[in-house]
Ligand binder design. Structure first.
Ligand SMILES: [Zn+2]
Length: 396
């Protein structure tokens, strides 16, 4: 379905609706995202997501869900086209005239607290997040926990939620996806969100330029003796200027080379005889900057060697062969089509995207040489940043 017309409609108060037409589909898919003005570490955005989702009756024939990250709240609705309009109208109405009673707040707080008690992150996720908190010279700037603590939830009052809604529920902070056959009907319902007030006093976090220092020190936790595994995290900056569409593709190309194909990190490290159990490359968005975090686990006595070899591999990125770049580009094109193949995939992909990535719902008009040019610029910038790498090793 690569040839579907994609469009981004911008309304007068700042609401954005991305449209992906699927002429063959009987389904309609909608994503409504509220981009947050700042990072809340007190669990309010997640509670707000619950308050919106749980206070509306969901018919069994629709799939409705919500999710919250550090930077946005996303609501997803999927259903048969004709069945979706009534619900969507109600949902949009509820959102644009958000109301809350003490009784609703208290019952939702207890649901969220239950969820917190059940929530258990995996060892490696915990490690990745601990590493990030260490590596950014924080002042509380970097805070991973979206859910907040039990005490945080207890502290949330009606006033706090309403203040949160007033600050974040504005047309300018909202972006949507409408996908399916008759998207016009959906768009005409969604566009009512543009009537939400606009607060111009404060810019959204992703527009703010702020220099966050990456702590350069090496840190280590645990001891190598008796350890069975070493987890390694490396963070460095990739770019700190605004992300154009071409630049986003160049970044995606870079991540694609790191994780797949013959140049993939894991294969390169294995060539140097390291036993690697796990490896992951994560992009981190901080204001205007994009960082990369490499997470690995391997044998404890190899941790030091892995760090040295990894740095080596990164320094060698300048020499990536034309063939590898071509293959990575093909892979990128393929992955992009997988992401937006069909209503359900489109909804899931869009609801997970950072604000900056939302403009790349289409691969149309993307030129190979432009991306490669941008990619080369990215790599030369990265080579300079490799002196400011931050490393965290944990022996377990
Ligand atoms: Zn939840």
């Amino acid at each position: 379905m690569a040839n579907n017309p994609n469009q981004i409609i911008k309304f007068k108060n700042g609401l954005q609706i991305n449209v992906i037409k699927m002429p063959e589909s009987k389904l309609s898919g909608i994503v409504i995202k509220i981009h947050l003005k700042e990072q809340y570490k007190n669990g309010i955005p997640h509670l707000f997501e619950h308050l919106v989702i749980d206070q509306i009756k969901k018919p069994s024939f629709l799939n409705v869900s919500g999710s919250t990250t550090l930077r946005f709240i996303a609501f997803k609705i999927i259903g048969i086209e004709d069945d979706i309009y009534d619900f969507l109208t109600k949902f949009v109405y509820n959102l644009s005239s958000f109301q809350l009673t003490d009784k609703n707040l208290e019952s939702e707080k207890s649901i969220v607290k239950q969820e917190l008690l059940q929530y258990r992150t995996s060892q490696l996720e915990k490690f990745a997040s601990e590493a990030r908190n260490k590596m950014f010279d924080s002042n509380g700037e970097y805070q991973d926990s979206v859910l907040g603590s039990l005490d945080d939830i207890d502290d949330i009052t009606l006033e706090k939620v309403l203040k949160f809604a007033k600050n974040n529920l504005t047309a300018k902070n909202i972006s949507c996806l409408a996908t399916g056959n008759h998207v016009d009907n959906v768009v005409s319902i969604l566009k009512q969100l543009d009537s939400l007030p606009v607060y111009t006093s404060k810019n959204i976090a992703f527009n703010k330029s702020k220099n966050i220092l990456l702590a350069k020190s090496y840190s280590c936790k645990g001891t190598i003796a008796n350890a069975q595994v070493a987890n390694v995290s490396m963070i460095f900056k990739l770019t700190d200027s605004n992300l154009s569409t071409v630049k986003i593709y160049a970044l995606s190309l870079f991540f694609s080379i790191l994780t797949s194909g013959e140049n993939a990190l894991i294969l390169q490290l294995r060539k140097s005889n390291h036993q690697i159990y796990f490896i992951k490359a994560l992009p981190i968005y901080r204001y205007n900057s994009v960082y990369i975090q490499l997470i690995l686990s391997g044998l404890p006595n190899e941790a030091k060697g892995i760090v040295i070899d990894l740095k080596h591999i990164m320094f060698n990125f300048e020499k990536t062969s034309k063939k590898i770049l071509r293959d990575a580009f093909k892979n990128l094109y393929f992955q992009q089509n997988v992401l937006f193949d069909g209503v359900e995939h489109s909804v899931n992909s869009f609801s997970n995207m950072e604000y900056e990535q939302e403009k790349i719902t289409s691969f149309e008009g993307v030129k190979y040489h432009e991306i490669i040019n941008e990619y080369n610029k990215l790599i030369s910038k990265m080579l300079l940043e490799l002196n400011n790498i931050n490393i965290f090793v944990e022996y377990n």
